[in-house]
Every structure is written in structure tokens, then in C-alpha cells.
Design a protein around this ligand. Structure first.
Ligand code: PLP
Length: 295
């Protein structure tokens, strides 16, 4: 069967943490269909690495700086060498330029501890046509699932790497499968002390009256680039935005709620478990345009 999708683009970045040892280029295009990764890379054997997923809309990547700053923060939490953000930003641009022009690209930046036995981090950029998120942008049923950790875990147990975007995402993917078994499209994790956290790949945004709320980063959630973008825009318009711990019942009683992320944009929550929430389609469309850099 021949694929009708434009081919993905791969850029290898041997200079992601400093000049490559072999004196070669800091980054270069490579064959996205050929095997490229060593079987003893610690990301393969241990899931030991960090990553970012950047959305590019009509050929323009959104929030590259904030994504690469978060990559650096995640790397620091794992005590990985600091990534050279300028080099990686250039490599991201090269990947987008090399890709056939499409409306929505998903650009992954992967940064691993490198080969077992010690080496420089392994880094690559993979750009591919985004999944079709149109149904999610209409509305999603969400299941509230226990994450088994309190909102204090980031402070008491930093080795659990709460708030880092690591390449150990098997738990996040398993939660998604559990949601689908329950007839939902996505998950809202709930801490063991009863407060909502985030989705496995998204940030919670809640509207209560004229206020917009999200989970505090101190509760161990990933600091989302999307929620930051929306908060900055809303705040500039004089709207109140803030971080607040909320229970599932408070989200169920809110005026609207969304799961936000860089490629899916704003997905309105139609139901949290069996409770229906109001959906504001016009506001959702506006949030989507802002997050795609189109407004
Ligand atoms: N929370 C988690 C756990 C994520 O994996 C993601 C993104 O994949 C997000 C939140 C949303 O982050 P962003 O808005 O920067 O894409």
C-alpha cells in the first residue's frame, strides 16, 4: 500500500550538547525510514531521556523558545548535560523547511542520555504530519483516573521527576488505554489527596465565571506552553487567570473546561466521567487559533 502522507523528516543533532566529538556538523538531515538508533541507547534500555513536541502551523513553529527552555529544565531534573538550545532551534527549523508544506506538523525533539557506558546525549528531531485532531477539537469525554501520588510529591520526592517531560511515558499511554476502556477519549489524572492534575499529554484549563484556572505547577504537573500562551493573552485582555487546586467535582461544576496541548490545541471536555460540562465552541475556536499562532 502506498502512503498518501508526505514523508516525515529526520534531523540528527550530534551537536545538541556541544561540538560533536568527530568534528562533524552540529546537525544534519538523515533517512527517516532507515534504522538510526543504537540498541544500547539508554532511552531504549531505560527510557532515560527527555523530549518536547512542538506544533508547526502553516510552516511556522509555535513557542520554540519556551519548549526548548522546558527541555533544558527537564534535562536538568534528570541531571543530563544542558542542551544547546540555539543549535536545537536551528535543527527544528531545518526539519520544518525540509518537510513538504502542510497545515499542521508535529515536531518532536528527543534528547537521551546516550549510549550505555557513557557518551554524549543522543538527539534528533522528527517532523511528521500531525494526527487528525478535528474530533477532539469538537469535544472529548474524559475519565478521571487516580495517579496514586499526592500534590506534594514534587517537593517531597524529586526523584519521581514530577513535572519533567521524560521519555518514560508508558504509564501515560496505559492511562489512555484505560480511558478508552471506559468509553472516554482522554484522562484527567487525580492526585491521591483528591485534586485534579493534568492529562497524560495535556494541561487542564477551567473557566469559572470570568476567571480561568489551571493546576499549580507546584502540584507536580508539567508547566504547559499552551496554557502559558492563553494565560498571557487573557491577562493582557484584563481577564483573571490563576493557578488553583481543584477537585473533580469543582471541574464538573465549572462553566467550561479544556485539555490543552501544542499539537491538539484546545480540546473542550464534554463530560468528566458521567457529568456533562458546557462547551463554548466559539471560545474553543478562538483558543485554537491563538495556540496555532493564527490570531
Ligand atoms: N502535560 C503533559 C504531561 C504533557 O505531556 C503535555 C504535552 O505533551 C502537556 C501537559 C501540555 O504541554 P504543552 O502545552 O506545552 O504542549
Amino acid at each position: 500500500m502506498t502512503s498518501t502522507q508526505p514523508a516525515p523528516v529526520l534531523v540528527l543533532v550530534p551537536g545538541a550538547a556541544g561540538a560533536p566529538a568527530d568534528g562533524g556538523p552540529r546537525f544534519h538531515l538523515a533517512d527517516a525510514d532507515a534504522p538510526q538508533l543504537s540498541v544500547i541507547d539508554l532511552v531504549v534500555t531505560r527510557g532515560d531521556g527527555v523530549f518536547e513536541t512542538i506544533g508547526a502551523f502553516d510552516g511556522t513553529a509555535v513557542n520554540v523558545g519556551p519548549h526548548l527552555e522546558r527541555l533544558a529544565r527537564s534535562a536538568a531534573q534528570l541531571e543530563l548535560p544542558a542542551p544547546e538550545q540555539a543549535t536545537i532551534a536551528e535543527a527544528v527549523e531545518a526539519a520544518i523547511t525540509a518537510h513538504e508544506a502542510v497545515a499542521e506538523l508535529s515536531v518532536r525533539v528527543m534528547y537521551t542520555r546516550g549510549l550505555e557506558g557513557g557518551s554524549a546525549p543522543t538527539c534528533w528531531i522528527h517532523a511528521r504530519v500531525s494526527d487528525d485532531w478535528s474530533a477532539h477539537r469538537e469535544g472529548i469525554r474524559v475519565a478521571a483516573l487516580d495517579r496514586g501520588l499526592p500534590t506534594t510529591a514534587a517537593q517531597t520526592s524529586p526523584w519521581l521527576l514530577q513535572g519533567a517531560k521524560t521519555l518514560s511515558y508508558a504509564v501515560n499511554m496505559a492511562a489512555g488505554r484505560e480511558a478508552r476502556r471506559r468509553g472516554a477519549a482522554d484522562v484527567l489524572f487525580v492526585a491521591s489527596d483528591g485534586y485534579v492534575l493534568e492529562g497524560p499529554t495535556s494541561t487542564l484549563l477551567v473557566r469559572r465565571g470570568e476567571e480561568f484556572l489551571t493546576t499549580p505547577v507546584s502540584a507536580g504537573v508539567l508547566p504547559g506552553t499552551s496554557v502559558n500562551t492563553l494565560f498571557a493573552r487573557l491577562q493582557a485582555e484584563g481577564v483573571t487567570v490563576r493557578e488553583q487546586l481543584m477537585t473533580p467535582a469543582e471541574v464538573q461544576g465549572s462553566d467550561a473546561a479544556w485539555l490543552l496541548s501544542s499539537t491538539r490545541l484546545a480540546a473542550p471536555i464534554t463530560h468528566l466521567d458521567d457529568v456533562e460540562l458546557p462547551v463554548d465552541s466559539a471560545l474553543t475556536d478562538r483558543f485554537g487559533r491563538i495556540l496555532a499562532g493564527r490570531d
